[in-house]
Design a protein around this ligand. Structure first.
Ligand SMILES: [Zn+2]
Length: 338
């Protein structure tokens, strides 16, 4: 059995930096499902708002968060960081960031020097994918793809039993798979149009819900809009789960777009499993069922015949668990066979 280690997992987003002190170990090879593995235990946690007024201020928020946990915990074995940015994994450097002033910051080495322990950094969606692979819905698979539906659409790919990072460490930007060549401009820092993110992110669901509310003023969505309420992805999901037909139809269309993205991914990577997570995936089967239907009808055999589409399992602490899984698997590669 792999040794137990104490790590700090950090999840850096545009609005908050959240970190946790965790105790855990890499599961033995041969675990078949998440019920065979022990998820790292969260001993302590600390969250600060991200101060994005300058690169120095943002770095200070990150360091304060880690220092608070380290203080009193005794020595930690390593730090894993998932950051909402494009990351050069091999160099440990943030390349580009939409919501954080951290472009070109060598975050791994800065944190390693400051805290005197090994550090690994990666894109937050890739870290979340590694978390699901090691401790969640993807346990026991060698080929799985995670999509995170949130403010944007993020992704993580495990191919042939290894996280896939690409030549510059920036692979798996799955939100930018093109769904429609002539589609709307991508809202992210992306030169493309008609990206999956334009159709399947939380804000995209909100926009589709508002359009439906205007088209169907007598529907629950239409009445919420007329009453001056905020019609967003969260309200859409709530009304759909309550059975409102117009809201269900909007989510069904969103699920079909998601399915179109899965068709492309299935044809390229032939995964065993698609894991769908993130706050905007809260509608569950209302999104997954239409996605599976499109996947089954339009992807190539034999990949389409065995691939499964399942919800993420790690829940609200997925960011910490993903960062911890990143630290445990990357900083202590020998643990996997121990
Ligand atoms: Zn894009």
């Amino acid at each position: 059995m792999a040794p137990e280690r104490i790590v700090i997992g950090v999840d850096i987003g545009g609005t908050k930096v959240a970190a946790a002190l965790l105790r855990g170990r890499v599961p033995a090879a041969g675990a078949r499902s998440s019920s065979d593995v022990e998820t790292p235990e969260i001993i302590d946690r600390f969250t600060v708002p991200t101060d994005s007024s300058s690169p120095e201020a943002t770095l200070r928020s990150i360091e304060d968060c880690i220092a608070d946990l380290e203080h009193g915990s005794g020595p930690v074995d390593g730090i894993g960081v998932g950051v909402a940015s494009m990351v050069d994994f091999a160099a440990g450097r943030i390349v580009e960031s939409v919501n954080l002033p951290l472009a070109d910051v060598p975050l791994r080495d800065l944190l390693s020097e400051r805290f005197g322990v090994p550090v690994v950094i990666d894109n937050d969606a890739t870290a979340a994918g590694i978390g699901e692979w090691v401790y969640g819905a993807g346990v026991g698979t060698n080929d799985m793809i995670m999509l995170t539906l949130g403010t944007g659409v993020g992704g993580g790919i495990v191919s042939g039993g290894r996280p896939l990072r690409g030549a510059s460490g920036a692979a798996a930007e799955l939100g930018h798979i093109m769904i429609d060549v002539d589609g709307p401009d991508c809202p992210a820092n992306c030169p493309n149009r008609g990206c999956l993110e334009v159709y399947a992110s939380g804000p995209a669901m909100g926009a589709a819900a508002r359009a439906a509310a205007e088209r169907e003023p007598a529907s629950s969505l239409g009445r919420e809009l007329a009453a001056g309420h905020l019609v967003d992805g969260r309200l859409l999901t709530r009304l759909a789960l309550d059975g409102d037909g117009v809201a269900v139809a909007v989510l069904e269309r969103t699920g079909e777009y998601l399915g179109a993205g899965l068709v492309t991914l299935s044809n390229i990577f032939d995964p065993e499993l698609f894991v769908i997570g993130g706050g905007a995936a809260a509608a569950g089967e209302l999104l997954f069922e239409p996605a599976r239907r499109v996947l089954a009808a339009r992807a190539l055999p034999p990949a389409r015949d065995h691939v499964r589409v399942v919800p993420a399992e790690l829940g609200p602490d997925a960011g910490f668990i993903g960062a911890a899984a990143l630290a445990l698997t990357e900083l202590f590669p020998g643990d996997r066979g121990a």
